[in-house]
Design a protein around this ligand. Structure first.
Ligand code: 3PG
Length: 307
């Protein structure tokens, strides 16, 4: 019987795990569950004799993939696969996949949750502001960006987007204004919601020059990755711009400094919460197990992200 490890330091909702088990059982696969693990050694032991693995933001680095002697496929149940060492996967003949789109709505809803919470001063009883008629820039118009646009239109915001990989006509078809440069996006928008992946090109790319372009009472919402922010320059910007607020799904490394120096100017989730809904867990988890079965049984490598 083929073994599939679900290695989730931050577990899926129970309904998601039950659904995955159900599908696996029908296909004759055994599920091994490693949840809430605290030591890397637990993951290293667990991967030793499994054929497939489903992970979330769990680190599938070289050491883990080298220890996985029978592993044929690792599926990141989610969008960003910056936690998988793709080179090590390829060297070990392991197919790496993600499950694009499956948790996107959850992330988009969190972006709005954080925006509303902040616009209303953290629900502190004092007068806040509204989102209606405000400008929103969507930085990268992928699966999450599209959901953000859809929700923003319900709030009657003025929505702009920048994405060099998406045709302007596809952005405009959603009633969103496509802008020609990242600078134009930040210049036009009081709110900017980040949806870029973390990679060699984007790490530290959100810097002071860019953020300085934002109009008064600027709010940056980051449900992407903390690594895309140039933190030293973010601190310098926050010093120069007391009107600026930074909202992030997972605290930056400089969280303590921000909390001490700029109270009321930030909101950080304690754990990455974007995809943390039962619906997103079910969608991504089911996609994950189906992709594994389809790959092992039929060689279907749709959603493969390594070479
Ligand atoms: C993603 O890339 O899909 C999100 O960041 C979700 O990450 P998580 O599964 O660890 O919550």
């Amino acid at each position: 019987m083929k073994k599939v490890l679900i290695a989730t330091e931050k577990p899926f909702a129970k309904e998601a795990v039950d659904s995955i088990k159900n599908i696996a059982q029908k296909a004759g696969y055994e599920i091994i569950l490693l949840e809430n693990y605290t030591e890397k050694s637990q993951l290293l032991n667990a991967v030793a004799d499994v054929d497939a693995m489903i992970i979330r933001s769990d680190q599938a680095d070289k050491e883990v993939l080298d220890a996985a002697k029978k592993l044929k496929i690792v599926v990141r149940a989610g969008a960003g696969f910056d936690n998988i060492d793709l080179e090590a996967a390829t060297k070990n003949n392991i197919v790496a996949m993600n499950t694009p789109g499956q948790n996107s709505n959850a992330v988009a809803e969190l972006a709005f949750g954080m925006m509303l919470f902040t616009a209303r001063g953290g629900f502190d009883g004092k007068a806040g502001s509204e989102l209606r008629e405000k400008t929103l820039g969507i930085h990268a118009y992928g699966n999450v960006g599209k959901y953000v646009a859809e929700i923003a239109k319900g709030f009657n915001m003025k929505v702009f987007a920048f994405d060099p990989f998406v045709k302007d006509s596809d952005i405009e078809a959603d009633g969103v204004t496509a802008v020609k440069s990242v600078e134009e996006l930040y210049k036009n928008c009081q709110y900017v919601s980040l949806h870029i992946p973390a990679n060699d090109k984007t790490r530290n790319s959100i810097n002071k020059d860019l953020l300085s372009l934002m109009p008064k009472d600027a709010v940056l919402i980051n449900t992407a990755r903390k690594e895309v922010i140039h933190e030293a320059e973010l601190l310098s910007l926050m010093e120069a711009r007391p009107d600026f607020k930074y909202l992030s799904d997972i605290a930056p490394d400089c969280a303590e400094t921000i909390a001490n120096k700029y109270p009321g100017k930030f909101f950080f989730t304690p754990k990455k919460m974007g995809a943390q809904t039962a619906e997103a867990n079910i969608n991504a988890g089911i996609a994950g197990i189906n992709q594994i079965i389809n790959f092992i049984e039929k060689g279907d490598d749709t959603f493969k992200v390594n070479k």
